[in-house]
Unconditional design. Structure first.
Ligand code: FAD
Length: 531
């Protein structure tokens, strides 16, 4: 007999604290005096279908390896197995439970449509009647469906959602932030039994076919994005408390000894003023740890409260990381939107009126890119558009698998409005390359920029990439770092090099003049269906 905790790709946590399903599974195992087994199922078909990046798969495997070691100290086996066909997952998990005599299966919710359908299949069909499957809300601070209007409707605009989110959280802060206990060790003698000891020997594959990284790429990812809960906790603490100006752009992590200069305030303390700057290390860079569940969002809020010596989130105080909590709320908001309007995660625009906007290049119903002028799309992907801020951001993504939020907005707006390329094409490219790819956040961000989402940027508010560049990168350091052709350009020209300078330095000329592109976008959004 046993209890099984089914760990999913977004809850790679168990070492430090706060994994709800794991904690409850452990309690149940202790109560029934049976061992706890942790199961992780690799489903390559899912990763292909969901455009998972090789970087994210690599990060997942690295975390599983470190978790396996930690759980072994508690005599808890972490068994990583591969189920080649995604439709077989419910049966695969059920058979695993049956084989190990599990009467109880625990997991945290995954809110994406395919994953919800899979869990329903487990409940309705696969599991034998005598077996109990318990699911927990773990991804968000305030779980989806809780923050609603007075009329019991879901919010589709962020500001009122956020106001109510803070009020809801503050009203019952103990419950929302309650820390899930660490798993209890399995009794040693049980695991020495013939049935369980082989589970410790199951190896985690070194990599997955189709998702390999070459050696240089893999060590770069390890250097920029080290795995593990302790690291994530350290990054969080550093963001909130340390006055050291963080890393050199994109080279190392904030707490690394390479920190260049010191400042009088931590990044969290300056976040409300500086968060839109790409030329400084102004944000936490925790998105990867949050989207893979290595760090819990609840812990982020707890840390802000600890830092401010507060018992509630005081939104009147914009410094001290409280403004940062608003970003965590955006994350809850987009997950809430995805669960409420699942069509957004199935390639549909939230604003159906924009479903017929004519794109220069779009994604057809099979998900392949149709009508794409491959050269133009390739230039965006490669960071060769001739618009320095766009190129810097895209090269940053290609190098480190991450981009600053403002840079994501500028590049997404440029693709959808200046190049008039379907947001779904960009959404996919981001997922395939981001290490922090998260369906709800990525879709929310892309639909915001394409003006098709909930609470979007209105279609007539088209970013001018050059003026965005002067605000996001006032020193030009971000561009100079990522676009070495322009490293010697000083002054305002860095944002929009003249034809002479560009030709001299071997930098491309812009694909299309911004004013011309803007007029085309306005025309097409005003009259969907017409070109
Ligand atoms: P911080 O500024 O330190 O924010 C803290 C945390 O809050 C982030 O780690 C993230 O979890 C959350 N957050 C911040 N901004 C947002 C936002 N606008 N929406 C939702 N959550 C937010 N975020 C992802 O995690 N995965 C994605 O795949 C993703 N794709 C995006 C695509 C586009 C086009 C846009 C415009 C935004 C996208 N975002 C995505 C949101 C945001 O850009 C990143 O979360 C942020 O840049 C991560 O850096 P950070 O951890 O330093 O953020």
């Amino acid at each position: 007999r046993s209890v099984v905790y089914w760990m999913r790709m977004a809850d790679l946590r168990g070492e430090v604290r706060d994994n709800r399903a794991l904690a409850r599974a452990s309690e149940k195992a202790v109560q029934d005096n049976v061992p706890l087994i942790v199961l992780f199922v690799i489903v390559p078909q899912d990763y292909v279908a969901h455009d998972r990046s090789a970087r994210r798969i690599d990060f997942t495997l690295r975390n599983l390896r470190s978790l396996k070691e930690r759980l072994k100290e508690l005599h808890i086996p972490l068994v990583v197995q591969t189920c080649p066909k995604r439709n077989n997952v419910p049966l695969f998990v059920t058979e695993f439970c049956e084989k190990h005599g599990a009467k109880a299966l625990f997991a945290n919710h995954e809110y994406e449509v395919d994953e919800l359908r899979r869990d329903i299949k487990v409940i309705q069909g696969a599991l034998p009647k005598a077996m109990q499957f318990s699911l927990f809300h773990d991804k968000c601070v305030v779980e989806p469906g809780v923050v609603k209007t007075k009329q019991d409707k879901h919010y589709t605009v962020f500001s009122p959602y956020y106001k109510n989110w803070v009020a809801t959280l503050n009203r019952d802060i103990q419950r929302f932030l309650e820390e899930a206990p660490l798993p209890q060790p399995n009794p040693e003698h049980i695991l020495q039994s013939q049935q369980f000891s082989p589970l410790f020997a199951v190896e985690i594959p070194p990599g997955l076919d189709g998702f390999e990284l070459d050696e240089e790429h893999s060590s770069r990812m390890q250097r920029i994005w080290p795995e593990g809960e302790k690291i994530a906790a350290k990054i969080l603490e550093h963001f909130l408390t340390t006055k050291a100006q963080a890393s050199r752009l994109g080279a190392v992590h904030p707490f690394d000894s390479d920190a260049e200069k010191t400042d009088t305030h931590s990044r969290a303390a300056k976040y409300h003023n500086e968060r839109d700057r790409t030329d400084r290390d102004t944000t936490s860079r925790l998105s990867l740890y949050l989207s893979s569940g290595v760090l819990s969002t609840r812990e982020c809020i707890r840390a802000i409260l600890r830092f401010n010596k507060a018992t509630k989130l005081d939104t009147g105080n914009s410094s001290g990381g409280v403004r940062w909590a608003q970003e965590i709320a955006w994350r809850d908001f987009y997950t809430n939107i995805m669960t409420t309007f699942p069509r957004v995660s199935m390639g549909r625009p939230y604003q159906e009126k924009f479903a017929d906007v004519v794109w220069e290049a779009h994604q057809d119903n099979n998900g392949s890119e149709a009508n794409v002028d491959s050269d133009i799309l390739k230039r965006w992907k490669d960071g060769m558009t001739g618009v320095p801020i766009v190129d810097a951001a895209m090269r940053c993504l290609n190098h480190m698998g991450w981009m600053h939020n403002r840079a994501r907005m500028i590049t997404a707006m440029y693709l959808t409005k200046d190049l008039m390329i379907d947001w779904r094409v960009g959404e996919r490219y981001f997922m395939e390359n981001l290490i922090d790819g998260d369906l709800a956040n990525n879709n929310g961000g892309w639909q915001w920029c394409a003006s098709t989402g909930v609470d979007p940027c209105p279609y007539f508010r088209i970013f001018n990439p050059y003026s965005q560049s002067t605000k996001a990168d006032p020193t030009g350091d971000y561009i100079r770092h990522w676009v070495p052709e322009l490293a010697k350009v000083n002054g305002p020209e860095i944002h929009n090099p003249s034809t002479t300078t560009a030709n001299k330095l071997g930098y491309p000329l812009p694909i299309i003049p911004h004013n011309e592109a803007r007029a085309r976008a306005l025309r097409r959004f005003k009259n969907p269906g017409e070109s």
